[in-house]
Design a protein around this ligand. Structure first.
Ligand SMILES: [Zn+2]
Ligand SMILES: [Zn+2]
Length: 343
């Protein structure tokens, strides 16, 4: 089968390789991939800014149909539309594993970086990582379940949005769109803001009923302060991973309000951290998902409270991976997925 693999350590492009179709071992399930989303983390792997163990098939936002099972796995999984949690291997006994936060396990190997992921026709995962998705969910959009679980981890566990809260979500990419929808489902009065370059993305957000705004970083920080927009928002969720946005976001939160960092940041950023002290802000950050947040994500999809399909702005075959990565780099569309059935 065809697989998009990072073959060598360090920075560098992945390559399409022909590899054997994997067989599920005891306790494992094989997924015939219907779609795998391309994510900022994948770009970080190309630039050697996120750890990985080559040679490895990339892709951690995966959906597909279970088509083969190893010994000991409930046959009811066969033919189910599923998405897998990403923490393929963890130690199982550390403090984080034992308290439901396997993403923080030091020995974690995740699909798409530590073990083979979903930029391929098939992947194999421990069956305990599978989540059954609602019947009728689009099988390409289903690849957005993983980022949805990450957003649920950030906003719902514990909950940071109360009904009636004014919520500003910064960042009009897929994660921002999901965060805005989850905050709305929690009862928040949500505005999704992006820059002028996000005009098309914000238009999509409006089609799913989200209020949108445009900001010009960092000039708008001063404008918002002048208009009294500063320090009036109950919850700010930063999903852009941009230093100027984090600065603006902290300045928007009302005293006692919440600031949630979801976008990945480099190790060092310059922030008005004194605002956290004088405003007694509650600052929270999350890295990835948890098993509990996956349950919430699936429940939200079953309830129809979040739409995934409008966020899929293109599905390409694996052989067009370069075009798909360029779309992310140039911020074209919202979420591009690779669908190996198109190869
Ligand atoms: Zn991702
Ligand atoms: Zn562990």
């Amino acid at each position: 089968m065809l697989a998009l693999r990072k073959l060598t350590p360090g920075a560098g492009e992945p390559a399409l390789a022909d590899v054997p179709v994997p067989l599920p071992g005891p306790g494992q399930a094989r997924i015939a991939v219907t779609a795998a989303g391309i994510c900022g983390t994948d770009l970080h792997i190309l630039h050697d800014e996120y750890s990985f163990r080559p040679p490895v098939t990339m892709g951690h936002e995966v959906a597909g149909i279970v088509d083969a099972l190893g010994d000991g796995v409930d046959p009811a999984w066969l033919a189910a539309l599923v998405a897998p949690e990403t923490a393929f291997r963890t130690c199982g006994i550390c403090r984080w594993c034992r308290t439901g936060r396997p993403m923080l396990c030091r020995e974690r190997l995740s699909i798409g970086s530590g073990v083979d992921g979903g930029f391929a026709a098939y992947l194999v995962v421990p069956a305990v990582l599978l989540h059954r998705l609602p019947a009728g969910l689009d099988d390409q959009a289903a690849a957005l379940t993983e980022p949805l679980a990450c957003v649920c981890n950030a906003l719902l566990d514990p909950p940071v949005v109360q009904p009636g809260d004014r919520v500003v979500v910064i960042g009009a990419g897929a994660v921002g769109m999901l965060a805005a929808q989850v905050a709305r489902a929690a009862g928040g009065l949500v505005e999704l803001v992006g820059t002028a370059a996000d005009a098309e993305r914000l238009a999509v957000a409006r089609t799913i009923g989200l209020a949108t705004g445009s900001i010009d970083l960092p000039a708008d920080r001063d404008r918002l302060a002048a208009e009294g927009g500063a320090r009036s928002i109950d919850v700010v969720v930063e999903c852009a991973g941009v230093e100027a946005a984090t600065r603006m976001g902290l300045g928007l939160v009302r005293p006692g309000g919440h600031y949630v960092q979801v976008g990945l940041l480099p190790g060092e950023v310059r922030l008005p951290f004194g605002l956290v002290v004088v405003g007694e802000l509650q600052v929270r950050a999350t890295f990835g998902s948890s098993p509990a947040s996956w349950l919430r994500a699936v429940a939200i999809l079953e309830a129809g409270a979040v739409q995934l399909k409008p966020l899929v702005s293109g599905a390409l075959p694996l052989r067009d991976w370069r075009q798909a990565f360029t779309r992310l780099e140039e911020r074209t569309g919202i979420k591009t997925v690779l669908d190996p059935r198109l190869d």
